[in-house]
Write a protein that binds this ligand. Sequence first.
Ligand code: ATP
Length: 344
Amino acid sequence: MGNIQLKGIEKSFGTKKVLENINLDVKNGEMLALLGPSGCGKTTLLKVIAGLLKPDKGDIVFDCKSVVDIPTGAREVVMVFQDYVLFPHLNVAENIGFGLRMAGIPKKERSKKVSQLLELVQMKGFENRYPRQLSGGQKQRVAFARALAVEPKVLLLDEPFSNLDYRLREEMREFTCHLQRKMGVTTILVTHDREEAMMTADRIALMLDGQIKQCDTPVNLYFKPNSPEVASFFGEANYIQGRVIEGIFQCSLGRFQAPLGLEGKVSAMIRPEQIEISDNGEWPIKGRIIERRFAGEKRYYRVKVGDYILKVTSPSWKTLKHDSVGVVIDFNEISYFKDVKGGS
Ligand code: ATP
């Protein structure tokens, strides 16, 4: 089991409040990404979970048991830091077996486990090398193996890919996801990279200024954010102001079917790829392209529609010959915010 509940966690350094009323449930076996910009408090929260820092307020519950007063060593939690911190004077096998030796596991059993872990992280044949003789990716694999050796209930990864180059980062992301699913260990991955969070995690907790603003699946955070602040963290968005009356969204572009249960003054939030444009045929909303950019896999447009300038993206293989276009937006499928003023 490796169920984590954080209840009302608060932490300040001097007068600076770094964590504010953090409430979070992480399910057994889940991969949760803690995402947020630099300085928002991610590492501090990870340290609080690991027991390296004590919260000023709140409770941490592992599998129905409060661990807030239990020291790090007894929490069955392992934290892997950004810089891997392998012991330089120990070889790969000794690094991986370190925790087992500390726990008094006999040599024979230890060697068997180390050998299994070397295989798991695809590092067989490297057991006698020292950290200085390894690449960044290899060091990271050893750090994972060392962390997993003690069979933790919870694995905490602090920006584990940030020291790797682009290609290796992709490879290690995939490897980590695969390993995490195989081992089924509850994992919290700290990152400031939204794409990394979306591609690796089952759920993402978005943290801004010491608060968790929304915790949900990557798809929901992107398409169903609970505020414009969350929406803008995950990418570009268009906002159209209007009013829903008896299930119909009325705005300066026309009258459209709205989702059930919505009434009153709202802002419709539309991602650029949720807008379709075509210069071929009669579509109900008329627009004019005022800017085009080609970016390889996508084309970026700015389209003037009524009083709005909409950001639109389309697959790059689609070409538009004319600037006069028809526009389609499925107002039934997009998100709405109540009574807020959005961007352009
Ligand atoms: P990054 O992605 O840059 O590592 P982060 O989101 O992990 O950032 P934290 O390291 O948790 O952020 O830091 C949050 C805030 O708390 C920062 O303003 C930081 O300067 C401050 N801080 C962190 N540790 C301490 C400390 N021991 N004493 C005082 N202030 C601290």
